[in-house]
Ligand binder design. Structure first.
Ligand code: TYM
Length: 331
């Protein structure tokens, strides 16, 4: 039991949640909350680094809280709160910005990806500074480990670098966090292009299975998912990336080992494999959707959890922030 250790993680309310968020993040959090002091945030301040519709942002923020609960995050064990409800995050972020080299931010993969689709004059400074806000999220809670998908590794590394830098310049203030990345499921790929990560910003909705997708859509998306040449259902990331991705998803939904799935479909075709995968995905997602829908009918109950959550969060973060401010010489 690692009762002294803390984990912190979050999801942006910036689009539809998909099975990548579930397997790469939420499902793991549910298991980890029994071992760690756990803090799960809905990072709305990160979401506004690209344009958001205000009403949709508000609705999605509450929705993500509902998904956390539907997935099994227990508010009695874990703290669940909204980032913008605790101003300590933006305050520490500013302080961290002053010790973050511009070049470090410019070389972040996520920044490069997102900004490459924009004209230079239109790139918001917030998109560049995004990782210092994420570092503040993590460092405020003296976090030991950050359970995330593969794509967030670089950001957690920066948080660790900033903690070390601040500590060596001003005296020990922050814990140096580590990323906690599952070997399996930390990078679910697009169903339409297995060289690309499954992403909520993908315009092709067939590329991802949304957590709220209807059963027929789930089956349909799997049916039309791209496959590789050849007929065999074997796990080979280089030669058969599409089938490797589908096998990964099959394994995550069913709990079966890859080698057992390979055996099961040894002399069978892609069609049968995909049909079964569709049914397994539906069977797994339906109960989750039912819980989400039940919570959706009772938003006040969820808002109350968030109100309580931020009180607990603030108790921890305010101490760290006060210490950091004292150390850097604020009166
Ligand atoms: P976000 O909102 O893009 O994604 C939330 C979590 O889901 C994981 N994820 C995936 N995992 C596997 N396969 C995929 N295709 C996939 N897509 C998404 C992400 O790795 C992530 O763990 N910057 C973060 C949010 C954040 C945060 C934090 C996380 C802000 N502050 C502090 C941890 C700690 C983000 O944009 O995640």
């Amino acid at each position: 039991m690692k009762s002294q250790q803390t984990i912190f993680s979050g999801i942006q309310p910036s689009g539809d949640l998909h099975i990548g968020h579930y397997f790469g993040a939420m499902k793991n959090w549910v298991a980890l909350q029994n071992q760690y002091r756990s803090i799960f945030c809905i990072v709305d301040e990160h979401a506004i680094t690209v344009p958001q519709d205000p009403e949709k942002l508000r609705e999605r923020t509450l929705d993500i809280a509902m998904w956390y609960l539907a997935a099994g995050i227990d508010p009695k064990r874990s703290i669940i709160f909204v980032q913008s409800h605790n101003s300590d995050h933006t305050e520490l972020s500013w302080i961290l910005n002053t010790i973050t080299p511009f070049g470090e931010l410019e070389r972040m993969t996520q920044f490069k990806d997102k900004s490459s689709k924009m004209k230079k004059a239109g790139i918001p400074a917030g998109l560049l500074n995004y990782p210092t806000l994420m570092a503040a999220d993590i460092l405020l809670y003296q976090t030991d480990a950050v359970p995330v998908g593969e794509d967030q590794k670089q950001h957690v590394e920066l948080a660790r670098t900033l903690a070390r830098k601040f500590n060596s310049r001003f005296g020990v203030t922050f814990k140096e966090p580590k990323e906690l990345i599952q070997k399996f499921g930390s990078r679910i790929m697009s169903l339409q292009d297995p060289t690309k990560k499954m992403s909520k910003s993908d315009e092709n909705k067939n590329s991802y299975i949304g957590l709220l997708d209807a059963p027929d859509d789930i089956r349909g998306k799997i049916k039309i998912a791209v496959t590789d040449s050849g007929k065999e259902i074997i796990f080979n990331q280089e030669k058969k990336p599409a089938i490797a991705n589908l096998l990964t998803i099959f394994s995550l939904f069913s709990g079966l080992q890859i080698k057992d799935i390979e055996k099961k479909y040894k002399r069978k075709g892609y069609g049968e494999f995909k049909k079964d995968l569709g049914n397994i995905a539906v069977a797994h997602l339906e109960p989750l959707q039912q819980k989400y829908r039940a919570l959706k009918k009772n938003p006040e109950q969820v808002k109350e959890i968030l109100r309580e959550g931020v009180k607990s969060a603030k108790q921890i973060s305010s101490k760290t922030l006060a210490d950091a401010k004292q150390k850097i010489g604020f009166l």
